[in-house]
Design a protein around this ligand. Structure first.
Ligand code: 9MR
Length: 363
């Protein structure tokens, strides 16, 4: 047993949500091993769904055409099974972290429609096929919607080669590879008013065209200073009204000041030495008043999730403890963020207790 408040001594979070929805965490298998690291040990005790933060993306699973590498994915799936957790696949088709060869023809020019489709189908058949019956939920297409006001779909090489058929084809290929996994469309900011209508349009079109999409993943990269609870609940309600399951797939609530609101990894805001005090204020730890505000934010979003538990299948935190969060490097590199439920030492934060109480309060 650890000291009071350590991850080992507080009750497993997953138990508070048993029978409601899975509560998951992302693990970065580029760094962590089978167990014995803070991240994996926290995950094994507290979470009952594991997602590879990077290890199942196309750059990891098929770095060169025809050369598949499953080491990281295999490790995650084995660890999830060892811990009694559900392995979640992330992600098959995306514009980011996808090697250029996917989109390049033999002549060095953009790939033809036929070859793009064949490569997509081979990739999905091989990757989703390997884990069929073990990975229970797949993010099939990730972040296909544009953030630009006058643009519907993100202009990606997949869209250029296949038009919007690429989404339909990806879902069919995933279903062919794995008859049982829950098939998910996953995106960020689709709870927000500027992007939600496009997401509803896309999902409706996919359903109308017979694509086997079953769930929508609201990523949930939120921020303490502009959390919009009403929009989150409106979005869950609207997606559920389409007959889809709703997942919160990448939840974190950043506490540091930032202008940028999205999760487009290409966006960067460098910080000068003079800006550090303002932009990176909590390097010595999170002050109690901010920790309390973060806890109340988590309590509020989980109260919404509990109200919608009949349509919510899973809520996954994008990391286990604050030291493992991508937000330490985004959008401003080299900061100290505190967006998760456990701190860098593995101690349960006020946010952990608030989330647990939100589950128990709903009984
Ligand atoms: O958390 C991931 C980080 O380690 C990677 O550097 C980054 C690269 O694109 O991807 C992060 O995860 C993203 C996820 O796969 C899709 N939604 C946005 C997430 C945060 O960027």
């Amino acid at each position: 047993m650890g000291a009071v408040g350590d991850w080992q001594s507080v009750p497993p979070l997953r138990e508070a949500f048993a029978g409601r929805f899975l509560v998951g965490a992302a693990l970065d298998w580029r760094q962590s091993a089978e167990g014995g690291t803070l991240a994996t040990d926290i995950a094994c005790r507290h979470f009952d769904a594991f997602t590879c933060e990077n290890g199942m993306k196309p750059e990891a699973t098929q770095p060169e055409e025809g050369r598949f590498t499953f080491e990281l994915g295999d490790r995650m799936v084995a660890a999830a099974e060892r811990c009694g957790a559900t392995p979640v696949g992330h992600t098959l088709i995306w514009h980011s972290q996808t090697p250029a060869w996917f989109h390049t023809g033999p002549d060095g020019r953009p790939v033809s429609r036929d070859l793009a489709l064949e490569r997509m189908q081979t990739h999905i058949a091989t990757v989703a096929g390997r884990y069929a019956g073990r990975v229970r939920q797949w993010d099939v297409v990730n972040e296909a919607i544009s953030d630009a006001a006058d643009e519907y779909l993100r202009p990606t090489p997949w869209l250029a080669a296949l038009g919007d058929d690429y989404l339909v084809e990806a879902f069919h290929a995933a279903r062919a590879a794995d008859g049982g996994a829950l098939l998910v469309y996953n995106d960020y900011n689709i709870d927000m008013a500027y992007k939600r209508p496009k997401a509803l349009r896309l999902l409706r079109e996919l359903l109308d065209r017979g694509a086997p999409v079953q769930a929508v993943g609201i990523q949930g990269h939120w921020r303490l200073h502009d959390l919009n609870l009403a929009e989150i609940e409106t979005a869950i309600e609207a997606f559920a009204a389409l007959g889809l399951k709703v997942l919160i797939t990448e939840l974190d609530i950043g506490v540091l000041p930032t202008r940028y609101r999205g999760a487009d990894i290409n966006h960067r805001e460098p910080m000068t030495a003079e800006q550090r005090a303002e932009l990176d204020p909590y390097t010595a730890g999170l002050p109690d008043d901010v920790a309390e505000r973060l806890a109340e934010a988590y309590r509020a979003v989980f109260a919404i999730f509990m109200r919608w538990e009949s349509v919510i299948e899973r809520v996954t935190l994008w990391g286990t403890h604050d030291g493992a969060s991508w937000l330490n490097g985004f959008p401003v590199p080299g900061r100290t963020d505190h967006p998760l439920l456990f701190d860098r030492q593995g101690r349960a934060k006020a946010a952990y207790y608030a989330v647990r109480e939100a589950a128990l309060a709903a009984d």
